[in-house]
Write a protein that binds this ligand. Structure first.
Ligand code: PMP
Length: 444
């Protein structure tokens, strides 16, 4: 055992913690080799060597219940996806400069998930950040504007352009002068009329951009407002805001990197819960169940001028192996009725977490859509005071007891519960027992 200052590699509690010698050595190697920009999660960082289904295993064979994974959304090492990757990588891996069927098969399947919309093209990228970067480039050409409207704790990625509209990167990463933030549509905190309030906020941001001589280009939102604290209610509240940005000559971009691919249960995409038709939909994370693939869906008229003026080539994006993985993901979602599970097991999870409020005064508002649940940790329910310290204790206590979750929101007090979509009721029962204990111990 050794003691290390974890402030440089811990997202939650700066301070001192005892770590095993092996782990300490690996962390020091990471810092030496990867430099200072990386972060590890949890007060006691984790080291994994294997994953299967909803479980992750450390070098001693200890299993951790993964309740924080929307990348391997179908579970770790999902066999159909593994097989699709293995077969394709052993056959051919080329790029979009050659004709290949897999990307076409994938595009057909992706576009079939947005029936009734005019979204008719799929473009691929290597990451969600690149997808939003490309969306912004396309939107600038389409609208002739540059102004971007986001929510106050939005995260959209890390490229130079996108980091300027990723508020959650913090003070050290400045927002662009062409970017305006609006309050997160947290109806449960700010009172009723979420739709009207959100629309009014967007309209005020549009007016402010125009007042500064900046032409509005796009309103971009994560349709489940994940980093703002998971804000699903009331479904439908995005409509007015989307109309407002269009009226001002801008586009409405739905960032589906977190809510997409069936997570919300009732619909494949978060925007479909709201009954809006985005001009561009960006996708990523779960698309390849771990294989790096992301992209966007858009209408022909939106991308027409961009296509004429810019050639688009992205070396790894659209390679046959990633496309095979993504095609397999869509097949499994359908074959295994993954959305039904997200809806039913999600409802069960939500009800069980809600039920803990009877026992724990510090558990404030609980809400969710499908297998995505947000739960506020508050000083007391009367005032709803934020309690980030207790939230951090809960997350770290759960990690000690073998269950992984994280934190979201402006005040770092919201438990972010986001299991793989193959989570079972049995997994929920275990999860809720461990959450119950962690809430109990945070009182001590
Ligand atoms: N948009 C949202 C909503 C995200 O959550 C993320 C990643 N957390 C991104 C975009 C960026 O995706 P990537 O990390 O693949 O670049």
């Amino acid at each position: 055992m050794n003691v290390i200052d974890v402030s440089s590699h811990n997202a939650f509690v700066p301070g001192e913690v005892e770590l095993e010698d092996d782990k300490l050595r690996l962390i020091e190697e990471r810092n030496r080799l990867l430099g200072p920009a990386y972060r590890l999660m949890y007060q006691k960082p984790l080291h994994f060597v294997r994953g299967e289904g909803v479980w992750l295993y450390d070098p001693d064979g200890r299993a951790y219940l993964d309740t924080y994974n929307n990348v391997v959304s179908l579970g770790h090492c999902q066999p159909d996806v593994v097989e699709a990757i293995q077969q394709q990588v052993a056959t051919l891996c080329t790029n979009t400069r050659y004709i290949h069927e897999t990307i076409l098969e994938l595009a057909e399947s992706m576009l079939a998930t947005v029936p009734g919309s005019d979204l008719s093209h799929m473009m691929l990228t290597g990451s969600g950040s690149e997808a939003n970067d490309l969306a912004y480039r396309i939107a600038q050409v389409r609208t002739g504007g540059t102004g971007v409207i986001i929510t106050e704790m939005a995260y959209h990625g890390i490229t130079d352009a996108v980091s300027k509209f990723s508020a959650t990167l913090g003070q050290g990463v400045p927002l662009g002068a062409h970017v305006r933030c609006v309050r997160a549509p947290a109806g449960y905190r700010y009172g009723p009329n979420t739709a009207e309030r959100f629309q009014a906020d967007v309209e005020a941001a549009i007016a402010d951009l125009q007042r500064h001589g900046i032409k509005p280009c796009m309103l971009i939102v994560d349709t489940l407002f994940t980093s703002d604290g998971i804000l699903p209610e009331e479904a439908g509240f995005l409509k007015g805001a989307a109309e407002a940005i269009r009226k001002a000559g801008g586009l409405f971009v739905a960032d589906e990197v977190q809510p997409g691919f069936g997570r919300t249960g009732d619909t494949m995409w978060g925007f479909q819960r709201h009954g809006v038709d985005p001009d561009i939909v960006t996708v990523g994370k779960p698309m390849g169940n771990g294989q790096p693939i992301a992209g966007l869906l858009t209408r022909h008229d939106v991308v027409e001028q961009f296509g004429k003026s810019s050639r688009y080539f992205n070396t790894f994006a659209g390679n046959a192996v990633s496309c095979a993985a993504a095609a397999a993901v869509l097949k499994v979602i359908k074959r295994d009725a993954i959305m039904d599970n997200a809806r039913d097991t999600g409802a069960y999870l939500l009800s069980k977490v809600e039920a803990l409020r009877d026992k724990h005064e510090n558990l404030g508002n609980v809400r969710g859509a499908g297998l995505f649940v947000g739960a506020d940790i508050v000083t007391d329910r009367e005032t709803g005071g934020y309690d980030p310290k207790r939230a951090t204790q809960v997350v770290n206590a759960m990690r000690e007891n073998g269950v992984l979750i994280s934190i979201a929101g402006m005040y770092h007090n919201i438990l972010k519960i986001r299991p793989p979509l193959v989570f079972t009721r049995e997994n929920v029962d275990l999860f809720v027992d461990v959450l119950d204990q962690a809430l109990e111990s945070s009182n001590g």
